[in-house]
Design a protein around this ligand. Structure first.
Ligand code: HEC
Ligand code: HEC
Length: 839
């Protein structure tokens, strides 16, 4: 090995001249700026990979394309186009290829370097060296936490606080309520609150955190956050907005992955390129999961009418742009969308970078029918299908056999009725008939064709019913076929992906040069090294992209995900713009802490639960959220984290909490989404849904609203259908995100429709009634106390108890019963701020 390395180095030295020839005479048209013929000649890998006509050089092959070009062997390819190389120079290139095209892989010789070290880096040229101070471009730096007692997170935060004192720890009721909602999206039961309040053990908090992290409800809660980022919906969007009955498998995959604490780098790889890691039929549940995971690439909007209007290219262009934009935002916190039409105006991302990124996805094809059944089961199913196909074929043959004699008979009979001259023509062998005769015969030949209907008409009753039976049996064989388990997935057509061209100003009618797959050229302007996986079913491009994104040295990935976690634990990220780590985005308030968390994530094998735990055990997280003390004046926005941020619950969490508190919440952990009843006028306001009434096609395309019985829909909101054109009326006012672009940060508005939904919706009425029934045992005072503890996790204050009791007595005196008073009380509790805000 040493010897070969040494030899390679010697050879590379000897051929230094050939390589510098390429650099001085070819790279201007075949390098980072231009890739004429799709070819780059600024690195060995690129050269061996070649351009539109395949490898430019094959080591040892004197007929290599590059040599033929410089020898002017064919007028079609003459390189360089203007000044011919001298005979000596051509000979140097020939010797170099003969010796295996060695290339000294020093940083300078391997191609163009990163924008900081190499003036030839294209980004350096575009921005004149500016824009390179963007903080997020530098890999996270290792920093020891500042000295002092306590956990690392607290030490970083205290150092930034300086003289501002942190807030005291919140009381235990507040803590468990905050923690339950943070980790599971559900309120703690009164019993859980009590147990924690009275737990004297020093590790009471730690055990509680661990218990809730291990709860299956954790995956459901955090899946919701991830689904926002990947803009999950169950429908296609656009006017038709068809339902995708299999999309939910991706949602369930996310829940499962989070519950299992799948390492985040694996999670990334599976979603970008899971299919590339499965050869043929999946053999393990993990392999089947990978086919589901790339459902990530199927989540965008899709206009199914594009086929009708010949807009396939447009649709494909939009799909490619969407994949780049979403993957860029979700994993890297970068706004690639802005570089679709021109170089990014703020960030060091060139337009070519956008298209280099696209090229990774170029091979993607939709696979609506990916089969998940594992190898043995798959073989069984295939065999069953084959057997039933054979059975149907046999039955059809029997039927044809039954009809054949009669069919022949009818034909003979008809022929006898034809005029003499026609019959004579029919007797003539086909080859001898003149064109004129053929024309004459045509209508008569038509008449000789005997249809099934003609035969059946002539059959006797017995034979008719026998033929009918055979036909039915054949059809039944088809319906007896056992179903495969399927998913919405993707596949590629083979090892070579279609070319990607840059579109001038983003216009697909203005294609420019071919762009090879590559990462951000500010970091590395050379084409990515891509190797098709064994078996040749795909290009390997997405696997290469996933590898880069999920690598510890990627400056964005780990920072972006730990920032997302932080954001959901504090209501604000260390970077306040979780989907934009660029110039227009916010700067980190605690850069050292962010880097520490990012490196901690990688150190811990990309375990997200480990990061949750580190955050939740910190004093910083456990602080009270009260806006009081010196911090209130010094840092009113709490950018430095001298207290916890109070937060409003999200739409889904409010609904889930209502169902949980009232006892209506039904268990569901996976499976097809449910469709709650929605008022007719809302349904009819949607043209696509309305169309179902008059058009069977629209029904078959699943454009409608497939209402389930209401009582079945009282499951967690995660499991309700997400229809793009019709967000659920109860949830919508509480800032549901628009599911067309990545959303790492929902708005929090306060608008009147929220109060109206909370007070008057059908759901509130039903939940209040069920809640009242749940607590209506024993004397009123006991019911009232239980109601408070269920809804708010605490007993009523004496004043609250008194008001509630008075209401109770008033109702009793009017109606002679206290039940309605309880319903009113419950409705009121579901409406207080304390119910929908977390301290
Ligand atoms: C002034 C620009 C320019 C320079 C300089 C140049 N080329 Fe080219 N090259 C092109 C263009 C344009 C094409 C596309 C084919 C065509 O139109 O001839 C091309 C195509 C090629 C191809 C075929 C690629 C494929 O797979 O289709 C090879 C090989 C090649 N060049 C080699 C070279 C070599 C070797 C040099 C330097 C000795 C060189 N070129 C210098 C412009 C250039
Ligand atoms: C669909 C194509 C397209 C997209 C996507 C796009 N732009 Fe533009 N933008 C243009 C065109 C065309 C111009 C005018 C020509 C030019 O400057 O290249 C322009 C001009 C601009 C300008 C002013 C030009 C100047 O130099 O003063 C800014 C700033 C800008 N865009 C920012 C953005 C940002 C930020 C985004 C992403 C949020 C974005 N653009 C996305 C097409 C687009």
């Amino acid at each position: 090995m040493l010897l070969t390395l040494a030899l390679a180095a010697v050879l590379a030295d000897a051929h230094e001249g050939a390589v510098s020839l390429l650099r001085s005479r070819c790279v201007s048209c075949h390098g980072p700026d231009k890739q004429k013929g799709g070819l780059r000649l600024d690195g060995r890998a690129a050269l061996l990979k070649g351009g539109e006509h395949g490898p430019a050089a094959v080591p040892g092959d004197a007929k290599s394309l590059l040599l033929r070009a410089v020898r002017h062997e064919s007028p079609d390819l003459v390189m360089p186009p203007k000044e011919r190389l001298s005979a000596d120079e051509v000979a140097a290139l020939e010797r170099w290829v003969r010796d295996g095209a060695p290339w000294a892989e020093t940083a300078a010789a391997a191609g163009t370097g990163d924008a900081w070290s190499d003036p030839a880096n294209p980004i350096r040229k575009i921005w004149g060296g500016k824009r390179l101070d963007l903080w997020s471009l530098r890999p996270p730096a290792h920093r020891d936490p500042p000295p002092g007692p306590g956990l690392s997170i607290d030490r970083f935060v205290r150092a930034r606080l300086g003289t501002i004192p942190p807030s005291p720890e919140a009381d235990r009721r507040t803590l468990i309520r905050r923690l339950s909602f943070d980790l599971t999206g559900l309120p703690p039961s009164p019993e859980e609150v009590e147990a924690f309040e009275s737990d004297p053990a020093p590790d009471a908090w730690e055990r509680l955190v661990d218990r809730l992290l291990a709860s299956p409800r954790y995956g459901e809660r955090w899946a919701r956050h991830w689904l926002d980022v990947v803009r999950y919906a169950d429908t296609n969007g656009f006017e038709r907005d068809e339902f995708k009955p299999l999309m939910h498998r991706y949602r369930d995959y996310v829940v499962r992955s989070l519950n299992a604490d799948k390492p985040f780098d694996v999670f990334v790889r599976e979603q970008l390129a899971g299919d590339e890691a499965v050869r043929g039929v999946p053999k393990t549940p993990e392999e089947a999961d990978r086919l589901v995971a790339v459902g990530f690439l199927r989540l965008g909007t899709y206009d199914s009418t594009q086929d009708l209007f010949d807009e396939k290219r447009k649709g494909h262009n939009e799909l490619m742009a969407d994949l780049v934009n979403t993957a860029g935002q979700a994993f890297l916190g970068l706004t690639f969308a802005c570089a679709n039409c021109h170089d990014h105006k703020y960030d060091p991302i060139s337009q070519a970078d956008h298209f280099r990124f696209r090229a990774f996805f170029a091979g993607v094809q939709r696979a609506d029918d990916a089969i998940l059944d594992l190898a043995p089961e798959r073989a069984r199913l295939d065999a069953a299908h084959a057997a039933l196909d054979a059975e149907a074929k046999d039955l059809k043959a029997q039927r044809d056999e039954l009809l054949r004699p009669l069919r022949d008979c009818i034909a003979v009979e008809r022929r006898e009725g034809f005029p003499e001259e026609v019959r004579a023509l029919l007797d003539k062998p086909e080859g001898e008939r003149s064109a004129e005769e053929k024309k004459t015969l045509k209508p008569w030949l038509e008449k000789l064709k005997v249809s099934d209907a003609d035969v059946l008409k002539a059959l006797d009753a017995d034979a008719t019913s026998r033929a009918g039976e055979l036909e039915k049996a054949a059809a039944a064989a088809e319906t007896r076929k056992p179903a495969y388990t399927r998913a919405l997935s993707v596949r590629e057509a083979g090892p070579t992906a279609p070319e990607t061209r840059l579109f001038y100003q983003g216009d697909l009618h203005e294609p420019r040069e071919v762009v090879p797959p590559g990462f951000l050229s500010v970091l590395d302007p050379n084409p990515a090294a891509v190797r098709p996986p064994e078996g040749g079913a795909s290009s390997g491009r997405r696997a290469a992209l996933a590898e880069w994104i999920a690598s510890a040295s990627n400056p964005f990935t780990a920072r972006v995900i730990v920032n997302r976690l932080w954001r959901h634990h504090f209501g604000r990220g260390l970077v306040a713009t979780p989907d934009d780590f660029g110039y227009a985005g916010a700067r980190p308030t605690h850069p050292e802490l962010l880097d520490w968390l990012a490196l901690e994530l990688v150190r811990g094998g990309w375990s997200l639960k480990r990061i949750h735990r580190a955050i939740l055990l910190s004093e910083t997280w456990r602080q009270s959220s009260r806006h009081a003390g010196p911090g209130a004046a010094a840092d009113p926005d709490n950018r430095l984290l001298w207290r916890q941020h109070p937060r409003r619950l999200e739409a889904e969490t409010i609904r889930d909490a209502m169902l949980a508190v009232s006892g209506l919440l039904l268990p569901k952990e996976a499976g097809p989404p449910l469709w709650p009843p929605v008022p007719d006028d809302l349904l009819e306001a949607q043209p696509g849904i309305l169309e179902v009434k008059s058009d069977k096609g629209a029904r078959d395309r699943l454009q409608g609203w497939m209402t389930d019985p209401e009582e079945k829909t009282w499951v967690r909101s995660l499991f309700l259908v997400q229809k793009r054109v019709l967000p659920l009326p109860f949830l919508e006012p509480f800032d549901l995100p628009d599911m067309t672009v990545a959303c790492g940060k929902r708005d929090v508005t306060v608008v009147a429709p929220q109060a109206l939904q909370l007070l008057n919706s059908g759901l509130t009425a039903k939940a209040s009634a069920a809640f009242a029934a749940r607590i209506a045992v024993g004397p009123p005072a006991g019911s009232i106390r239980r109601a408070f503890r269920l809804a708010l996790g605490r007993p009523p204050t004496p004043a609250e108890e008194e008001i509630a009791l008075r209401g109770f007595e008033r109702w009793s005196s009017i109606r002679g019963e206290g039940r309605s008073a309880l319903v009113d009380l419950c409705r009121a509790l579901l409406n207080v701020n304390e119910f929908i805000y977390l301290d």
